[in-house]
Structures are given as C-alpha cells and as structure tokens.
Design a binder for this molecule. Structure first.
Ligand code: AMP
Ligand code: TRP
Length: 328
C-alpha cells in the first residue's frame, strides 16, 4: 500500500518551546508510522530576519537534535536541514515568478513581522511563504501538520500549486494543513493573549524544551492568572485556560476529569501540579537529547543521510517542473 506524504518545517530562530512541541512536533511523532514523512529545519526561512552566524549554526543543530530526541525516527521520517538541499531555493525562485504580489501582501504573519522590523524588512521576509510553498511542493506532500498560525501559509501554497498546474499541467499535489483540535495555539505564560514564541524578549513567556525543572517551576509560578477562583476551562479567562490546556495535552485527561481534580483547590496547587507534569513530560526528551548530542558524529551523519534522501526526491521534482515550463 502506498502511504501518503507528510511535510513540515520548523525554524532555527531560537530555542524550541512547548508550543512547538504541542502544536507540531509531538503530532509529527504520533503520526509518523502512518505516513511517509519529511521534517525539515528551515534555516533559509530563519535568515529572512538577521541572525548571528554562530548562534544560527548552534540553533540548527539544537532544533535537529530535539526533533530526533522527541522521537522522529529514520525508519519513517526523513529529517534534514533545508539549505543542504538546493532545490528548495531553486523552486522558490520559480514559484516567485508565478505568485502575484497581492497574495503575499495579504499574509498576516508578514504584516505582523514587518511592522516590528520597519525599514529593515527584506525581500526574503516578503517572499517567505513562497519558499514555504516550495518546501511542501517539492515532496508531493498531501498533508502539512502545523500549528494554527501556519494555516494561511498552507492555503497560499495550495493556491500557488493550483495556479502553476493551470499554466503548466498537473505537476503539483495540492496539500492540506493538519491542525490539532487542541494545542494548535499554546499561549504565552505572562501574556496569554499572545502565542508562545521563540523570540528573545519573551523568555519568561515560554517554556523551552531544554529548560531545567527549576526554570519550569519558576516560570509557571509567575504565569498570569486572574482574580477569579474557580479552576475551569473558560475561553474568557485566557491565563487559566492556557494552563489547563497545557495540563490537558500533557496528561491526556479530559476536561471534566481535570476540572474535578482541581475542584476546591487554589491556583497555587494548579501551578505546582502543572509544573510537575511539564517536568516529567519533558524528562525523557531531555535525557535523549543529552545522550545523542554527547556523540558529535551521530547527529551529523543522521542529517547527512536525511539530506541525501530528501535531495533524491527534490531533484526528481525539479526535473519535472523545469521540463513542464520549457526550461529543460
Ligand atoms: P516556528 O517556531 O514558527 O518555526 O513553528 C514551528 C511549528 O510550531 C509550526 O507548525 C507552528 O505552527 C508551531 N507553533 C509555533 N508556535 C506555536 C504555539 N504557540 N502554539 C502551537 N503551535 C505553535
Ligand atoms: N513557516 C513555518 C513556521 O514558521 C515553518 C515552515 C517552513 C514550514 N516551511 C514549511 C511549515 C513547510 C510547514 C511546511 O512555523
């Protein structure tokens, strides 16, 4: 039986956090046996905003190591670094030439990021979603498991593929985003109105996957709550709702069980319980990460095998694309 193909990517712009884990990585692991998978550290996306070269290099390895530590397995998944497969840049250029500027102007993530950057905004940041489309389309991916913030980018990818196919024939598979019903948008601890993110200025807002137990306890202790007392799921109370959602995702208990568990207890108990759940959930991943990064060659070799496998598929696709356009 032919398995469907999954592609997803993750930036190397900083430390991975619980939002990345619950919104993306842990779902990638859970579904990997059912599909044929490509998981990519998208370093070419990362450089759409300025990066320190030494930090970037470290971050690429850290992200790749964490993907492996989280359970992505070579038997089912090709794990690789985007810049090692040149076809991503090549297809991105080709797709730039079939994508109307107006489509990119509508991307909400670009609007947000460019507001922060002002005059520094690069052409690369504007064209970012086109590179993302190239990533997905090179592998004939059917499904793209991502957090809720990437829905618009995957829809754009579909539109670009459709436009290309219309002009040049049925070259690309039209992909669908796969967004988890719960966990698609884990919020910040201090500011639960905004999603948890990698950005440097929000260290206290995010639980990073490599945080120590003490850091985890201290961050959760300081998480924003409210003046109400009841510990129940309620969208109108973003702080408590977010803490309970994280608890739900990590324990696998349902909402009724969780509300019953915390009935009559105070926020201090919720925070202490949650901290222990987070610490224990991350422990196996942290142990595996320590083990695999202890051997320098292990990760390098794994990534180099991944790039080789990805390249074989990507080059075949580029061939098909360029033939269809009259470039070959
Ligand atoms: P990024 O860190 O932007 O490269 O995101 C990598 C993956 O994690 C993507 O699938 C995102 O949608 C997902 N993700 C990032 N932040 C969050 C969050 N706060 N909650 C849920 N998913 C997230
Ligand atoms: N833009 C995605 C993010 O920031 C990362 C990404 C790049 C991606 N290429 C991709 C995700 C292809 C899914 C498929 O989260």
């Amino acid at each position: 039986m032919h398995k469907k193909t999954v592609f997803s990517g993750i930036q190397a712009s900083g430390h991975l956090h619980l939002g990345n884990y619950l919104g993306a990585i842990r779902n990638w692991k859970a579904m990997q046996e059912e599909y044929s998978n490509y998981f990519c550290v998208v370093d070419l996306h990362t450089i759409t905003v300025p990066q320190d070269p030494i930090e970037l290099k470290t971050n690429i390895r850290e992200v790749a190591g964490l993907l492996i530590a989280a359970g992505l397995d070579e038997a089912h998944s090709v794990v690789f670094v985007q810049s090692k497969v040149r076809a991503h840049s090549e297809l991105a250029w080709i797709l730039n030439c079939v994508t109307p500027m107006g489509w990119l102007h509508r991307m909400t993530q670009f609007k947000e990021k460019s507001e922060k950057q002002k005059e520094e905004v690069s052409v690369g940041l504007f064209a970012y979603p086109v590179l993302q489309a190239a990533d997905i389309l090179l592998y004939d991916a059917h499904l793209v498991p991502v957090g809720a913030d990437q829905k618009q980018h995957v829809e754009l990818c579909r539109d670009i593929a459709q436009r290309f196919n219309h002009r040049y024939g049925e070259v690309f598979v039209l992909p669908d985003a796969l967004i988890p019903p719960v966990g698609g948008r884990v919020m910040g601890l201090i500011n639960p109105e905004k999603k948890m993110s990698k950005s440097e200025e929000k260290q206290e807002d995010s639980i990073f996957l490599l945080d120590t137990p003490d850091q985890i306890r201290s961050k959760i202790k300081r998480a924003t709550t409210d003046s109400s007392k009841e510990i129940v799921f309620d969208q109108q109370r973003p702080g408590i709702n977010n803490l309970l959602t994280i608890y739900q995702l990590l324990t696998g208990d349902n909402r009724e069980q969780i509300e019953a568990h915390f009935e009559g207890k105070n926020y201090k108990v919720l925070k202490e319980d949650l901290a222990e759940v987070v610490i224990e959930s991350l422990r196996p991943l942290q142990e595996k990460y320590a083990l695999l990064t202890g051997d320098n060659n292990y990760l390098d070799q794994l990534l180099s095998r991944g790039a080789e496998r990805a390249e074989a598929q990507a080059e075949a696709k580029i061939h098909q694309v360029t033939v269809s356009m009259g470039l070959r």
